[in-house]
Each structure stands twice: as C-alpha cells, then as structure tokens.
Design a protein around this ligand. Structure first.
Ligand code: ZN
Ligand code: ZN
Length: 201
C-alpha cells in the first residue's frame, strides 16, 4: 500500500517535506482488529506537533493522521461490530487500558496507557489502517467521508467543550480562537441554540 511516513522529528522551517511517500505491506487484522480501507484522512494541527516533536511519537517510523474515515476491508476473528464494507471512523484515541479510573469514567485520554492514532500507532495517511474495533465509530452514510473526517478530532473537541459549558438556548457563548474546532462549534450552536449569540475572541 502507499503511505506517507514520518521517519524523524523535524523542524518544518528547515524541512518543508517531512513525510516520505513509500510503499509498505498492508496491515493484517489481529483478533479484535479491523483493517480499514482509508477513503479520507483529515489534516489536524496536532499532526504538526507530532512531526515537530511537541507531542512526540513513541515510535518511528510512524504514519500520521487521526481523522480517518474508511470502509471495513478485513475483520479479525473476534471483531464483530461491523460488517465488511461499512463506513467507520477512527480518531485520536487509538487504545487505552480499559480498567483504570479514567477509562472507567469515559476519560480514556487521561489513561497512563493511552496511545494516540498517528503518533503511537500508525494513522490514516495510508491506503489501509489496522485498528481495534473498540476505538472505531460508525459513520452514518448521510455524511460523505470528507464531511465526516473533521468531526473525528476538531468536531469531537468542540462538541465536548460545548457540552462542558452546560449552556442553554439564549445563553451567550464565547469562543477563544477560531480554528477547525471553532468553525464546527459555530455550526453546532446555530443548530442547537438558535437564539444564542456567539462572540469570537
Ligand atoms: Zn487532531
Ligand atoms: Zn486506563
């Protein structure tokens, strides 16, 4: 398969082409894994932090990319959540221990054994990706792959933040910064809280 691979941490001011296009063997699924044929992988600012080492990979080489939408190509023998051909998404959380306090409370990102897609495990800048089915998301076909991909990081972050505000329709909302998450939150707010005013700082 074709893949874009990061071989070393690099400074993007000195190296404008940090990823190399290479031919690799496509992954095979372990028992609880799916192999997904990638349709789209969104580009996230965190990819730059991986490449420049601010959130450094725990292994190199690694394939970046953590807003992945694709279709199930192969299933491990215990992977039964999805059928072959179903459209699914893969996001930043690649795996966690599943048993600690944080994992038990839906905060797997704080787990000591948290691993990130495209940093600690190969990500979506490739034709195929292997992933535990526990960390995959059904993507309704009302979305195209390209429409759904940004929801898997930027959208998830914005939605989580919006929920934490506990706001109601009519409350004013302030957004600090206006990147990918901010754009998606603005659309969410227009839909969920149509009479709220939004201020962007
Ligand atoms: Zn991201
Ligand atoms: Zn854990």
């Amino acid at each position: 398969m074709k893949a874009m691979v990061l071989y070393e941490i690099t400074d993007l001011h000195k190296n404008r082409f940090p990823l190399r296009s290479v031919e690799l063997q496509a992954p095979e699924p372990k028992d609880n894994e799916l192999v997904v044929r990638v349709l789209t992988c969104g580009v996230c600012h965190t990819d730059i932090d991986v490449i420049e080492g601010r959130t450094p990979p725990t292994r190199l080489p690694v394939i970046p990319g953590h807003q992945v939408v694709g279709v199930v190509e192969k299933r491990g023998r215990n992977a039964t959540r999805f059928k072959k051909g179903e459209q699914i998404g893969i996001a930043w959380i690649n795996s966690s221990c599943g048993t600690c306090f944080f994992c038990q409370n839906g905060e797997e990102n704080l787990c000591d054994r948290f691993r990130a897609t495209g940093r600690d495990a190969d990500g979506g800048y490739a034709e195929y990706i292997a992933v535990s089915e526990d960390f995959t998301y059904r993507i309704p076909v009302v979305f195209s792959a390209a429409e759904a991909a940004p929801l898997l990081c930027a959208g998830a972050i914005g939605y989580r933040s919006l929920r934490l505000t506990k706001m109601h329709d009519g409350d004013a909302l302030g957004l600090v910064g206006f990147g990918a998450s901010g754009h998606i939150v603005l659309k969410l707010v227009r839909h969920l809280y149509p009479t709220s005013r939004v201020f962007v700082f």
